[in-house]
Each structure stands twice: as structure tokens, then as C-alpha cells.
Design a protein. Structure first.
Length: 150
């Protein structure tokens, strides 16, 4: 057992300049917190003026500490979606939607045979607390696979 703080690795923080797969991990954490917070009345998520089963791109960007960066999240969301599909989990990226249309963007990753609304419902009915967050290494492998596929 560590006896001093010097033997424990320092906590890492998210910030500007993070690799896309690191940003994908941050997105995973934010989205799972969003979905699961509905189980806890009185959370700050309740203040949003939209259906409680989705989050706007702009809200996600703000939660990441990148206000105004909502148009730059497609690659990171694709990494999250592909990781989910590869692991037979609901496609978590589907709950991030356009403020006007209330649906995900064109590049959304969905399970075959599901439309956006079915995927959103599946994401919101899943217990995300039963799944460990993906490691940066796992998300990098997905990122590399996506790049090799194009």
C-alpha cells in the first residue's frame, strides 16, 4: 500500500490539445453521467429546455470546456459510437443532437436495423453504471481502425 503521495500517479485532466480519442473518453464520461443522472432527481441536467433523453452538441461542447466547439465533435462521437457497437452496447453517441432538428447529425453511428429514435431510447434505458469507461488505449484502437477504414 502506498505510504506517501509521491508513490501515487498524479490525476490527469482533460484540456485543449487532447488527442481525439482522449476527448472521446471525456465525451463517454459526460454522456453516461447525463443518461444516468435521470435516476437522481435534482441534478443540474434537469434545467435543459429539451427532451430529457438527449443533449445538444453545444451543451456537450460546453461540458467539455470547449464552448463553441460543437461543430468539431463528429470524429470524437464516431469513436464513441464505434466502440459501443463493437462491444454490443447501445450507441451512446446517438443522444447528441442538433438543437433545431432534435436528431443526431448525418455521421451518427447506429446499430444496424435501428433508427435514431430507437437508438436514443435504447441508450436511455441502459444501465451505464454496469460498464467500465473505455480506456484511452481502447479508444485509440477504435480511432486507428476508423482511420484505416477510410
Amino acid at each position: 500500500m502506498p505510504t506517501t503521495i509521491d508513490t501515487v500517479a498524479p490525476a490527469k485532466t482533460y484540456g485543449k490539445g487532447d488527442a481525439l480519442y482522449v476527448q472521446a473518453q471525456q465525451i463517454w464520461i459526460i454522456l453516461t453521467a447525463f443518461v444516468m443522472s435521470k435516476s437522481f432527481p435534482g441534478t443540474s441536467w434537469e434545467k435543459f429546455d429539451h427532451p430529457n433523453d438527449r443533449i445538444y452538441y453545444s451543451e456537450l461542447a460546453a461540458k467539455m470546456g470547449r464552448p463553441g466547439a460543437q461543430r468539431t465533435l463528429s470524429r470524437q462521437l464516431e469513436i464513441v459510437g464505434r466502440y459501443c457497437v463493437m462491444n454490443n452496447l447501445p450507441a451512446l453517441n446517438a443522444i447528441v443532437v442538433n438543437k433545431t432538428s432534435q436528431i443526431p447529425g448525418d455521421g451518427v453511428v447506429l446499430h444496424q436495423g435501428r433508427d435514431e429514435f430507437q437508438e436514443i431510447a435504447t441508450v436511455n434505458n441502459f444501465d451505464w453504471f454496469t460498464v467500465r469507461p473505455p480506456t484511452v488505449g481502447a479508444l485509440r484502437k477504435v480511432y486507428d481502425w476508423i482511420n484505416a477504414s477510410y
